[in-house]
Design a protein around this ligand. Structure first.
Ligand SMILES: Cc1cc2nc3c(=O)[nH]c(=O)nc-3n(C[C@H](O)[C@H](O)[C@H](O)COP(=O)(O)OP(=O)(O)OC[C@H]3O[C@@H](n4cnc5c(N)ncnc54)[C@H](O)[C@@H]3O)c2cc1C
Length: 457
């Protein structure tokens, strides 16, 4: 029965390239009959905690699929942030990477918001302590938007699809065999299934950990700030993101992203704080890019703190609940297209609920649809460790030097920084004998010349 379900799901969504999975020999029909957890029916109610890209994609897809099936599904999103008046800040830098246009237009049927684009991003410049390399994006550009206006745009789109958006925080939940109860600051909802799309919000994590076996993903902290250096500077800075892998042990990576009238600066690490942002702003390669000190007041900079997931959450689905996006850790580890991944997991979760069911067994199919991200995790962890070791021992200078001569190495750096390819593909393309042979030769020359210089001094 389970295999038949999986087969029919694959036939419906061939594009997802779902691979075979060995599921336990549970009789799904019995479980469903006992718990009443068939796929969503006319009159079903779905509660979504969080109105970021994951929650919005899930809600819009549910509405679209319900329309296709000719049923009514009430979809309620709770979002604690306000987008009007004095809007809340979102730590996200707001770079929308390919294939964002087709994700929005083909999969979500939402027009791409060209009017929100502040700058087209055409590549990256990667810096180590002493070297840098320009990594040109030959494919589609990325788009820098203001994240809060992008979320607000998605909210308007969701409203047009008939999603019930409630501006309120969910404060607690109860999971029962036949229903889920959501308590919010303003009301109470009895629903059939709950979707956790709350990012890495501490309060929501605790709430779900109390009510279910869910355990949140591991994460890195990030600090973000903005500088408004004037339009002359913004005209000169170009359309590339400056990415840094400095040798400070606490800072795993940093970036400067040009927007319309300001630059956004962010750093990430396990244990960073404002001191490390101050240190980063004084870091020599960063100083060379930032505007001169007299064009902005360092003391008036606002710092915001956020988090990036770096692992998959434990038990991110069960009977009547499923987590998506950052809450599930379903993002490319270390350096990811978090917005794209949140969209994708939201869409997949909606497809499973609409076509298969809301039981733990049904959500195994959801896990399957996310297999590309899940299978890439060990490779991502390896690359993260490798990057940390390379920067700590000064080897990144050599890798950048080598990438200037070797196109495969240059592609590997580009794909790692841009997140255009999965880590396992990057490793497969790069860890090959001709590249390694070239690298050893270049390594010998590079360090031989350095050693010789030191000797002659
Ligand atoms: C510094 C930084 C920079 C980043 N830059 C980029 C980038 O340039 N491009 C990119 O693709 N990704 C980027 N990301 C990653 C990206 O922001 C996330 O991966 C993405 O936003 C995840 O979407 P989500 O819907 O899962 O969660 P979120 O976007 O975090 O949305 C969760 C929402 O849930 C709401 N919420 C939480 N708890 C409750 C509750 N109890 N009740 C009601 N509402 C609740 C929150 O207010 C929030 O709006 C960045 C992340 C960080 C930290």
């Amino acid at each position: 029965m389970v295999r038949k379900t999986l087969k029919s799901f694959r036939e419906k969504f061939p594009a997802q390239n779902i691979r075979p999975v060995s599921l336990p020999d549970t009789d799904v029909s019995k479980v469903r009959a006992k718990w009443g957890m068939e796929r969503l029916q006319d009159g079903s109610i779905v509660g979504i905690v969080g109105g970021g890209p994951g929650g919005m994609a899930c809600a819009i897809t549910l509405k679209r699929l319900a329309r296709e099936r000719g049923i009514r599904v009430q979809t309620v999103i709770y979002e604690g942030k306000t987008y009007s008046g004095v809007p809340h800040y979102n730590q996200c830098v707001g770079v929308l990477s390919p294939p964002i246009r087709s994700l929005l237009e083909d999969q979500l049927q939402v027009p791409f918001p060209d009017h929100l684009v502040q700058r087209e991003i055409t590549g990256y410049i990667l810096y180590s302590d002493n070297r840098h390399i320009e990594l040109q994006d030959e494919s589609e550009p990325s788009f820098a938007v203001r994240r809060i206006t992008f979320d607000s745009y998605l909210l308007d789109q969701a409203l047009q699809w008939g999603v019930d958006v409630r501006q309120s925080r969910v404060t607690d939940l109860e999971l029962h065999p036949d229903r889920v109860i959501l308590y919010s600051e303003t009301d109470y909802l009895r629903c059939d299934v709950v979707v956790g799309a709350f990012g890495l919000d501490d309060g929501s994590i605790q709430m779900f950990e109390r009510a279910t076996d869910y355990r949140s993903p591991e994460f890195l902290y990030s600090i973000v700030t903005k500088i408004h250096p004037g339009m002359d500077y913004m005209a000169q800075i170009g359309n590339k993101i400056f990415a840094f892998l400095p040798s400070y042990r606490r800072i795993e990576f940093g970036a400067i992203t040009p927007k319309y009238n300001h630059i956004t600066i962010n750093i990430a690490g396990k244990d960073i704080n404002t001191h490390w942002m101050d240190t980063f702003l004084r870091y020599s390669p960063v100083r060379q890019i930032l505007p001169s000190n007299d064009s902005y007041d360092h003391n008036s900079l606002f710092y915001f703190k956020g988090k990036f997931p770096i692992s998959i959450a434990k038990n991110y689905y069960g009977h009547r609940y499923v987590m998506i996006g950052d809450a599930a850790g379903l993002v490319r580890p270390f350096k990811g297209k978090g917005i794209n991944s949140a969209f994708q997991s939201g869409i997949h979760a909606a497809q499973v609920m609409m076509h298969e069911g809301i039981s733990r067994q049904a959500f195994k199919l959801f896990e399957e649809t996310c297999h590309e991200i899940i299978h890439d995790l060990p490779y991502g962890h390896f690359m993260r460790r490798f990057a940390i070791l390379s920067t700590n021992y000064g080897l990144l200078d050599f890798f950048i030097h080598f990438a200037h001569q070797n196109q495969i190495m240059q592609n590997a750096l580009f794909n790692s920084v841009s997140a255009h390819k999965f880590y396992r593909e990057i490793l497969r393309e790069t860890v090959r004998w001709p590249v390694l042979k070239d690298a050893f030769r270049s390594f010998y020359k590079y360090y031989g010349a350095k050693f010789h210089q030191a000797e002659t001094k």
